[in-house]
Design a protein around this ligand. Structure first.
Ligand code: NAI
Ligand code: MG
Length: 493
């Protein structure tokens, strides 16, 4: 509080009622007016640009490049040069050193990056501060540890780097997805061309300054910005040996078609429609917190979000009642306010998609509930939403909404829960809430999902592999498994 003035003997009155600035205030990030592409350790002036905005206010934040085919080729050539010119041959312990440095710098600059992530992406500061930033640094620390132990990670297989990795990432966890992609690629001795999503380029561009501080050799990491056209250019570039993609199933399929027969390696991390399954013996209050975290975390822009709630019939009413009550306490608003639970929707395009699917749910006959809340006038917002009376065939039970919208279905027996949970083209994640350990194992064996959480949801750790089945993609990120797509082995490739 500011200096106090004494009006009477005993009554302190503040001089003014303004709050002291929060440690995560907007002005700790210095943005440039215009960013180029980061190629060969230098900023290259872009030929074409567009404006990136804050989805919470629609204000312009900076001009960034829309990379042309020539600019993409320049980035690929820089990565190839750096790979052949030393990076693939330096001692693995030396490679680890750079990864450790990057991890430490991210920790030191975490406030700044957290604010930037919330500003450009719309996510609540408490999430970027407590989830995105710590996990991004943890990922670099974790893979730094593997860099000089690859022979132990894959005994008798003689692992060696592949070459140049092209990496295309989405907008829901911009810096964290960058860390998931870059850390294992570098630990394995590859060089990188990475493209952030068009709506959230700023943290990746800011990260180039971390690379400079860490003194990473020029060309080892190159960042080009732009939309899907730039991404497609990376995919078809002949100088790229491996593509790692996270995003929509539609684009993932197109990339798979493009790469068929080229011999390039590919990993895809695509959409999801996860079931969060609540049995009648679960601790209900904890389960309700898990449901909330499962679908309203990051505005529901989460590929593994628990978007289909399966509740055992005998506890349907108390669960729905508790859930609705809890929903009224969620605070929707300014992403930079540390009390905010649900921030802004990432883009107009995503907001339109949510509106379309929610309208379809109402039309098909589901019952909608939204707590009373006042949404800001500017920016892109959607109130936390619950649908009851949902049939499995409805679009809101089938399609990924990627927004703060939950569909509730019921089941009677564990067999029925498994059948409904697996009744989806996706298979990324699932949640199981029950007091019975044996039932957790029984369910985990039968759920066709890459990750199954038990009595928790949306937990991540760099040592734990993450990835999907079916239309959720293939390949794993995280853990020892996450190194494999970035390596060639004796007898392969
Ligand atoms: P998207 O798949 O179009 O975009 C993801 C990334 O791919 C971005 O960097 C984009 O520029 C790039 N891209 C787009 N077209 C490309 C192409 N032809 N070749 C190479 N790269 C390309 O996803 P979008 O349109 O932003 O979102 C649509 C839906 O996809 C969302 O509503 C959500 O359902 C799903 N999605 C899933 C994500 C996940 O984490 N699995 C992340 C983002 C979106
Ligand atoms: Mg798209």
């Amino acid at each position: 509080m500011t200096e106090l003035e004494r009006k009477h003997d005993r009554t302190p009155v503040p001089k003014d009622w303004a709050y002291a600035p929060a440690p995560e205030a907007r002005d700790i990030v210095a943005l440039r007016e215009r960013y180029g592409h980061f190629i060969g350790g230098e900023w290259v002036e872009p030929r074409e640009t567009y404006t990136t905005i804050s989805p919470a206010t629609e204000e312009s934040l900076a001009e960034v490049g829309q990379a042309t085919p020539e600019e993409v080729q320049a980035a690929v050539a820089a990565a190839r040069g750096a790979f052949e010119d030393g990076w693939s041959d330096i001692s693995p312990a030396e490679r680890a050193k750079y990864l450790f440095r990057i991890a430490r710098i991210l920790q030191e600059r975490s406030r700044e990056f957290a604010v930037l992530e919330s500003l450009n992406g719309g996510k609540p500061i408490k999430e970027s501060r407590d989830v995105d930033l710590p996990l991004s640094a943890a990922h670099f620390f974790y893979y730094a540890g593997w860099a000089d132990k690859l022979e132990y990670a894959f005994p008798n297989r003689r692992p060696r780097p592949i070459g140049v990795a092209g990496q295309i990432i989405p907008w829901n966890f911009p810096l964290l997805m960058l860390a998931w992609k870059i850390a294992p690629a570098l630990a394995a001795g590859n060089t990188v061309v990475l493209k952030p999503a068009e709506t959230t380029p700023l943290s990746a561009l800011h990260f180039c300054d971390v690379l400079r501080q860490a003194e990473l050799p020029a060309g080892v990491v190159n960042i080009v910005t732009g939309d899907g056209r730039t991404g497609a250019e990376i995919v078809k570039s002949e100088g790229v040996d491996k593509i790692a993609f996270t995003g929509s199933t539609e684009v993932g399929k197109a990339i798979q078609r493009e790469l068929a027969g080229t011999g390039k390696k590919l990993t895809l991390e695509l959409g999801g429609k996860a079931a969060n399954i609540i049995f009648d013996d679960a601790a209900l209050d904890q389960a309700v917190e898990g449901i909330i975290n499962g679908i309203y975390f990051n505005q529901g822009h989460v590929c593994c979000a628990g978007s289909r709630l399966l509740v055992q019939e005998s506890i349907y009413e108390p669960v729905v009642e508790k859930l609705k009550r809890r929903l009224t306490t969620l605070r929707v608003g300014d992403p930079l306010d540390k009390n905010t639970d649900v921030g802004a929707i990432n883009s107009k395009q995503q907001l339109d998609k949510i509106h379309e699917l929610v309208a379809a749910g109402e039309k098909e006959g589901a019952e909608i509930y939204q707590p009373p809340c006042r949404l800001p006038e500017k920016g892109y917002w959607f109130a936390p939403t619950v649908f009851t009376n949902v049939a499995q065939s409805y679009r809101i039970a089938q399609e990924e909404i990627f927004g703060p919208v939950l569909s509730i279905l019921t089941f009677r027996t564990p067999e029925e829960a498994v059948e409904k949970a697996n009744n989806t083209p996706y298979g990324l994640s699932a949640g199981v809430w029950t007091e019975k350990g044996s039932r957790i194992l029984w369910m985990a064996e039968r759920l066709r999902a890459g990750v199954v959480w038990a009595n928790t949801y949306n937990r991540f750790d760099p040592s734990s592999p993450f990835g999907g089945y079916k239309e959720s993609g293939f390949g794993r990120e995280g853990g020892r498994h996450g190194l494999e797509p970035y390596l060639d082995f004796d007898g392969s490739g």
